[in-house]
Each structure stands twice: as structure tokens, then as C-alpha cells.
Design a protein around this ligand. Structure first.
Ligand code: ADP
Ligand code: MG
Length: 688
């Protein structure tokens, strides 16, 4: 590997590392690792203390430990049946004997030689008389590669095992450690007692001891929170520099009086936040965050009506045609009644209608355009676009939002999202992002009954579906993309095969249809329309139904292989039912007996509350996913644990604030500036 280009060493392809071939590189890619920077930034999820060697006599059944022992007899290979080979032998130390068994690794017969000393690490089984280990990790005594130290445990994927990852990590770090520049200002490092970046990377992966590990983690967490805070501050400052289109502060009563219900307190707060933003100097950039069914659409409607009072047009952009149509159906009657003219503009709008809508948008006769990406086409021109609302923003690219924003003169932006930010995270970003939380559902919602069962229940589940469909209801069945062997998962195969089977073998008299992401948008929308209209009884899908679809007659959400989904995703999927007056059910099928899975499904059966679920998800999985750029356009947190790093967060924020005060554009800190730019992808698009 060449170090002749220091700036570029981090972008070196991982395949440059000895031992990383095509197949392994591909597997690593699934973990988001393609170059050295990504490799060394792939942090362990846990550590195992393998420093202590236990005497065999002191092994406790059920506990993992290291023992140092001498092979006491020649390993025996036995062929039990096709596909099952065992290598068995005994090893001893001065205290007792240990029986060792390895499954299907017949070559090990020649690895362990009588009289040689090895270290084994694994879970002890058996009793005080006969102690056993099955498939323990091992190395030659004195090697100290995987024992005798604190070992990092990385999250894995098919084709990437711990030991291979350890080796690659060692080599990756060795290849670029010298080039790791510390972009944290010296005085910040001194003041907050933070170690050097090189020490941090070394010890987060290969901790010398507990102390070194905690010093390393502290430094990396601080760095993450510091960068995040700085980035958010920069974004905010730049936004403050442009002038928005100030709205006139008129009372909202004409709007609220026209609603068939009164807004919940949470909705009212969100509307107040929004209206206040729109009357201010700078353009609004607000995220409205509320659980599925919490009534975000009405907040958007209020903002649209409010903008219209100042003669500003609005655009409401939804991720799919079907959602755009739904919004049109709910909003047009309400807003037209208040004198706000609305139009629907999607890819399937007939050419003639489209032409007339475009004309009226340009002349300003139409005040609200509701649509999909079609709203972004260059020929869509507005007379005075003042507000852009995006629904379920995480399905939109940053560029697309920027393109829409560019159609007006710095229009106000309102983003609605059902992806909950756990409270701890919200707390942290409140200062820097404008977020309104709708933390309350409209009154009278029924709890969705949720059951977690194993696949032995299928016959009963199908009978239950049949009964509800007999009563006029409809059902969703969601199955995950399951990878077969090492192939990429084929979602089309998964859903079509399952739908076919159900149609032929279980529900020949009903209409069962598959829907999946590989279908053309037109095809998908047609199926959703049929489902909406009730002419499809059972919709079998991957997760395309996840976002915002509203079919009040659907009363069952059946999720197969529920272990494949994250908690938040399960909750989103469940939110597709319970939208009408019918009692609704969610059935989670999983044969996975793992503790993690059991806990996740238990959370689902216990609560319907999205925020509670987000908190649990945070505990079980860490915050990375919430902060994934996919959802909020923010960099993800890889080390910092906000459930316990709050103190560090305050320190990092204080340090960031001081730096910005002294050097607002970070001109004196080019390395820091570059890193933030990289993390936030601060291009024109992200700066809206
Ligand atoms: P989401 O936040 O998931 O987008 P919606 O805006 O689609 O939720 O609202 C869900 C349903 O609740 C809609 O049928 C809507 O008319 C209804 N709704 C919204 N706000 C209220 C309210 N304050 N009282 C009663 N029903 C409401
Ligand atoms: Mg919605």
C-alpha cells in the first residue's frame, strides 16, 4: 500500500489490504465499508474481556472464559452422518481435563497435536466432573491474538466473521494510523482532557486496557458530538443570513372553525410554532414530528392556509402518487371551502389538465399544488411560491427538496415525518434544529391489538384473516427480503412466491395480490388504488406500504419473519392499520428465539406509543439509525451513546459554541471545516 498520497490514504480501497478479495470486499460493502476511512470508523458494538486465564477446574458452566491447556490425546474425527463431522479430543491443565468438540471442521484433526499447548475461549458446559467446550475459539499459547486481551466485537453480516475483521482492522489501522491528523483544536483537547486521535482509534479497536478504552471512547464521542453541534450551528447561521417571505400575522380562527374537529393540544402547539416561523425574518425550516396517525396533515393545512392569507402559494410534495392523491382528497374540500384553490399534479395527470394547471400556477389562480416528484419538473412555475411542505421526508433526497425550494424566493420549508426521534436525541438537537413534536393522538383511537407468535400458528392466522375478510375487512401481509445463501435478496421473488402460494393453496376464493419495490410506479399505484377501493382482499408486500398509506378498511397487518425488521419499522408498518373505525390487529410471526428478538417483539405487544418504542429501540440498538442521513440529513452517531453521554454532550456543545463565537466560518480551522463538510455533505442542497 502506498503512503505517497497522504490525503488519499483514507480513500484507499479496502481491497488493497492483503487477504481482502472480491467476495470479502463485497460482503464488507454491506457494512458500509469500502475504503480505509470507513474500515477504521467501523466501531465495535461490544468488547469481551479475554485477559484472564481460568483454571479448568474453576470453569463455571454457562460462562465464557479462556483456558490454557495441553492437548492430551490425538483428536478423533467421526463422521456422524452426511453433513455432520465431529473432531473430538481432550485437553488438560494442572487442575482438570476439558473435552473439546468441533463440528464440521474436519481439518482441525491435524491442527491439534498431542502435547501442544493452546488457548481456548468459549462457553463452558457440563458439570464439575466433566467439563466441555463446543467450537471454542483457539490459538496457540503465547500468540495473544484473540486471547489475553480485551477483544472488540463487531456487528457482522454474512461473509464477514469476527476474526477476519480483526485481521483486516489491524492491517487497515497500521496502513493509515500515521496519517490520522487531529482536527480537534489543541486547546480543546487540553481543556477537556481528550487523547490524540491516533491513540483513540488504536484503543477503540484494540484496547490496551479498560482505562485506555474509556479514554478512547470519550475522545471519539466528544468528537462526534462536537462535529454534529458545529455542523448544525453552521447550517443555522447560513439560513439566518437569507431573507424569507414574511407572512402577515392573521388569526387562525377561520381555519380552525372550518375543521370538523378541534385540534389536539400538540397539533395546536405545532401550528403555533409554524406560524411564528413564517412571520419571522428568515425562512422557516421546521420538522414536524409525530407518530403515525397523530394528525400532521392538519398542521400542514394550517400552514398552507396561513401562507395563502399573505397571497403566497404552497407546494405539498408526497413520495408516491397514491399519497399525493390522498392528500388531495382530504385537503381540497377543506381548503377550497376556505377559498384556497388546489390542484393535483402527478405523472398520471392527463396532458390537457396538466397544461391548464401549469398555467394557473404561473398566473397564481391556483394556490396549492399537491403532487409527487412531478412538482419538480422545470416546466412547473409558480407566481409566488412561499411554502414547501414535504410529507415523509426521508423518502426524498436532499437534492430534490432543494430543487423544489429553488422554485421560490427562499420559500418556507415544513417537513413532516413519522420517524420518531427519541426524547434524548430530540433534547440534544432542539437547540439547533426546529422541531415540533406531536406527542399525542387525536381522541378516540383504538389500541391495535398486537400478537407475537411462531410460524406454527399460520393455520390459525389464516383462519382469522378469512373471518375478518368475511366481515368486509382487508389485510396486509408483509414479508421481508430474505437472502438465499449469499445472493442479494430478491424482493420480487419473496412476495410473488408467497402471494401465489396463498392465492392457490389458502385463499383460492379471495383476491390476493403482490406488490414490491421493483414494480413500475404506475403498476404499484394501480395496485394500491385497487386495494384502496376494496377490490383486493389481501395485499402481500415488502415494505413499500410502510409510508403513509391510508386504507381505513384494512384491519390486519401480518408481518412474517418479524425478526428481520427494526422496532421503528415494525411500528411504522403497524400504523397502516387501525386507521378507521374497525378494531385492528397486528400479528408478528417469528421463529427466532434470540433474546434480542424476544425483547423487541415484547415491546411491540406492550405498547402502541411510537415515542416509547423509539426509546426502547435506542436502548436495544443504539442511536445510529435515528441519526442516519436517510432520515434527517444528519450524520449518524457511531460511538456516542446519548443514553449516558449527556454530560459529554454538554461539554462538546460548550466547546463548539466557543469556537463558533471566535471563528464563525471556521476559516482558521480548515481541517475541521473539511471534516464537517464531509460529514454533512454541505453542498448547496443541504443548505436550504
Ligand atoms: P399522520 O400524522 O399519520 O399524517 P393524518 O394527518 O393522516 O396523520 O391524520 C390521521 C387521521 O386523524 C385523519 O383521518 C385525520 O382526519 C384525523 N385527525 C387529525 N387531527 C384530528 C383531530 N384533532 N381530531 C380528530 N381527528 C383528527
Ligand atoms: Mg401523513
Amino acid at each position: 500500500m502506498s503512503a505517497s498520497n497522504p490525503a488519499g490514504v483514507f480513500s484507499t480501497d479496502v481491497r488493497a489490504i492483503k487477504g481482502i478479495g472480491e467476495a470479502y470486499a463485497k460482503a464488507l460493502q454491506k457494512l458500509g465499508i469500502t475504503n480505509l476511512r470507513e474500515l477504521i470508523s467501523y466501531f465495535p458494538r461490544a468488547y469481551e474481556d479475554r485477559r484472564e486465564y481460568r483454571r479448568i477446574a474453576d470453569l463455571l458452566p454457562g460462562e465464557s472464559a479462556c483456558v490454557r491447556a495441553i492437548v492430551a490425546d490425538e483428536p478423533k474425527l467421526s463422521h456422524i452422518r452426511k453433513g455432520l463431522d465431529l473432531v473430538k479430543f481432550r485437553a488438560v491443565d494442572e487442575s482438570a481435563a476439558l473435552d473439546l468438540t468441533y463440528f464440521n471442521q474436519s481439518y482441525l484433526k491435524n491442527t491439534f497435536r498431542k502435547g501442544e499447548e493452546f488457548v481456548f475461549y468459549g462457553k463452558a458446559e457440563g458439570d464439575l466432573l466433566r467439563r466441555r467446550m463446543t467450537n471454542p475459539l483457539f490459538e496457540r499459547a503465547g500468540e495473544n491474538r484473540i486471547t489475553g486481551r480485551i477483544m472488540p466485537i463487531y456487528p457482522l453480516t454474512a461473509g464477514v466473521g469476527q476474526s477476519l475483521l480483526h485481521k483486516s482492522m489491524r492491517q487497515g489501522l497500521d496502513a493509515c494510523a500515521d496519517e490520522l491528523a487531529d482536527f480537534l483544536p489543541e486547546d480543546v483537547r487540553t481543556e477537556y482532557r481528550l487523547c490524540h486521535v491516533r491513540y483513540a482509534y488504536e484503543n477503540v479497536h484494540f484496547p490496551a486496557d479498560d482505562e485506555a478504552l474509556s479514554v478512547a471512547r470519550r475522545r471519539l464521542s466528544f468528537e462526534e458530538l462536537y462535529l454534529l453541534t458545529l455542523g448544525l450551528r453552521l447550517l443555522r447561521e447560513r439560513r439566518a443570513a437569507v431573507a424569507g417571505q414574511r407572512c402577515e400575522n392573521v388569526p387562525l380562527t377561520p381555519f380552525t372553525d372550518a375543521l370538523p374537529f378541534s385540534l389536539t393540544a400538540a397539533q395546536r402547539r405545532a401550528v403555533e410554532d409554524t406560524v411564528r416561523d413564517m412571520c419571522a425574518e428568515r425562512p422557516m425550516n421546521r420538522l414536524v414530528q409525530g407518530d403515525v396517525g397523530s394528525g400532521k396533515t392538519m398542521v400542514a393545512a394550517a400552514a398552507i392556509w396561513f401562507a395563502a392569507q399573505s397571497a403566497l402559494q404552497s407546494a405539498l410534495m408526497a413520495p408516491t402518487e397514491i399519497l399525493a392523491e390522498q392528500h388531495y382528497k382530504t385537503l381540497a374540500p377543506l381548503l377550497e371551502g376556505l377559498g384556497v384553490r388546489c390542484a393535483l399534479l402527478t405523472a398520471s395527470t392527463p396532458a390537457k389538465t396538466r397544461r391548464s394547471v401549469l398555467e394557473q400556477l404561473q398566473s397564481g389562480e391556483i394556490t396549492l399544488a399537491i403532487g409527487t416528484h412531478a412538482l419538480l419538473s422545470p416546466d412547473v412555475q409558480y407566481r409566488r411560491l412561499g411554502l414547501v411542505v414535504t410529507d415523509e421526508q426521508h423518502r426524498f433526497g436532499v437534492d430534490q427538496r432543494a430543487a423544489l425550494g429553488a422554485k421560490g424566493d427562499n420559500p418556507h420549508l415544513l417537513v413532516m415525518s413519522a420517524t420518531p426521534i427519541p426524547r434524548t436525541l430530540a433534547l440534544m438537537i432542539y437547540g439547533d434544529l426546529d422541531v415540533s413534536l406531536i406527542d399525542e393522538l387525536p381522541p378516540g383511537r383504538q389500541k391495535i391489538d398486537t400478537f407475537a407468535v411462531h410460524s406454527g400458528y399460520h393455520a390459525r392466522i389464516y383462519a382469522f384473516l378469512r373471518k375478518l375478510i368475511g366481515e368486509g375487512r382487508q389485510a396486509y401481509i408483509v414479508c421481508p427480503m430474505v437472502a438465499e445463501n449469499d445472493e442479494l435478496p430478491d424482493e420480487r421473488k419473496a412476495v410473488t412466491a408467497y402471494a401465489d402460494k396463498l392465492q392457490k393453496e389458502v385463499f383460492p376464493d379471495l383476491v390476493v395480490r403482490p406488490i414490491h419495490g421493483k414494480m413500475k410506479a404506475k403498476e404499484k399505484d394501480a395496485i394500491m388504488r385497487d386495494f384502496s377501493a376494496g377490490s383486493i382482499h389481501i395485499l402481500v408486500s415488502t415494505t413499500v406500504v410502510e409510508v403513509g398509506v391510508d386504507v381505513p378498511n384494512a384491519a390486519v397487518m401480518l408481518i412474517e419473519n418479524a425478526e428481520c425488521f427494526g422496532l421503528s419499522q415494525l411500528h411504522q408498518l403497524r400504523g397502516r392499520v387501525g386507521r378507521g373505525r374497525h378494531k385492528s390487529y397486528c400479528i408478528l410471526v417469528s421463529d427466532n428465539k434470540g433474546e434480542d428478538n424476544r425483547q423487541r417483539l415484547a415491546v411491540m405487544t406492550r405498547t402502541n406509543n411510537g415515542f416509547e418504542i423509539a426509546e426502547e429501540d435506542l436502548k436495544l440498538r443504539g442511536p445510529g439509525d435515528f441519526f442516519g442521513s436517510r432520515q434527517h440529513g444528519l450524520p449518524s452517531l457511531r460511538v456516542a451513546d446519548l443514553t449516558c453521554d449527556m454530560e459529554l454532550l454538554h461539554e462538546a456543545r460548550a466547546a463548539a459554541e466557543r469556537l463558533i463565537a471566535a471563528d464563525p466560518e471556521l476559516d482558521a480551522h480548515p481541517a475541521l471545516q473539511a471534516r464537517i463538510r464531509e460529514l454533512f455533505e454541505l453542498n448547496a442542497g443541504a443548505m436550504n
